[in-house]
Design a binder for this molecule. Structure first.
Ligand code: PGA
Length: 259
């Protein structure tokens, strides 16, 4: 795991955009997209590079991490809608190449299996953007999710429903259930980019990075992956015990190595 502590959320967004740009420029790419507030700055940065610098997603396709059960793709808070509004509609992915889960599928198990097969058929995700929940979830893998889990239905914790209530009229309007890529699915992406900003994420980041690998903190499963980059601002890094070590090693890293 490489921990990169950056001064501000804008620095996190720029650095994440650099990693995604590098992947896209390297050839046909499969991107793993996350929703929530965390990656919005990264998407804005990529949109700007598309508009001003010609960065093109014409050779890319993408898979979303998760979706609310019960919200049709047309609902403004469905992740299908959110990703279109915040990113996809402003760049040039070819039509039909940004894939998500159908939260109103009649057979949710079959939908999960279809999605797993679609990711596999694409050749797998090259770079996966991840946020982290204040309870340590990645995707919507809540505490005690199997570290080997695959795409499936999950029940949101009340903490997550509270955290996400800001996107809805009130807490009660937040769906109880979601479809999410499993931890085992996420761990198959070739490069994981975990982003976290702000003090509210500091405890979860410390548990994920420096705590034991444990289902109690699903993001700690990332410790099992060979290529993880954790991009955090100073507030999100504030509870890390080994901050000085991460800063020292990143500062002396050979430039050619990249992220
Ligand atoms: P946030 O959510 O980006 O809205 O903070 C992160 C997450 O729940 O994974």
């Amino acid at each position: 795991m490489e921990i990169v502590i950056l001064r501000t959320p804008a620095d996190v967004a720029r650095t994440a955009a650099d990693a995604i740009e590098q992947q896209v420029l390297s050839g046909p790419s499969v991107l793993g997209l996350a929703t929530g507030s965390t990656p919005l700055g990264t998407y804005r940065e990529l949109i700007q590079r598309h508009r001003n610098g010609g960065l093109s997603f014409a050779g890319a396709q993408a898979f979303l991490l998760d979706e609310y059960v019960g919200l049709p793709g047309t609902h403004p808070q469905s992740y299908h809608s959110v990703i279109r509004r915040e990113f996809v509609d402003s760049v040039d992915f070819p039509a039909g190449t940004v894939h998500g889960l159908d939260g109103v599928a009649e057979d949710l198990d079959a939908e999960a299996a279809r999605y797993e097969a679609a990711i596999a058929a694409s050749g797998g995700v090259d770079i996966q953007i991840l946020g982290i929940g204040s309870d340590g979830h990645v995707g919507f893998n809540e505490p005690m999710s199997s570290l080997a889990s695959r795409t499936r239905i999950k029940t949101l914790t009340q903490q997550t429903r509270q955290d996400n209530a800001r996107f809805f009229t009130d807490h009660a309007a937040v769906p109880d259930h979601v479809l999410t890529q499993g931890l085992g699915t996420i761990l198959e992406a070739r490069h994981l980019l975990l982003l976290a900003m702000g003090e509210a994420k500091a405890g979860a980041v410390a548990a994920a990075v420096e705590g034991p690998v444990a289902a109690l903190c699903p993001a700690s499963a990332l410790q099992l992956h060979p290529h993880v980059t954790v991009l955090v601002d100073e507030a999100a890094a504030s509870m890390l015990a080994h901050r000085a070590y991460y800063q020292d090693t990143f500062g002396r890293k050979p430039a050619w190595q990249g992220l």
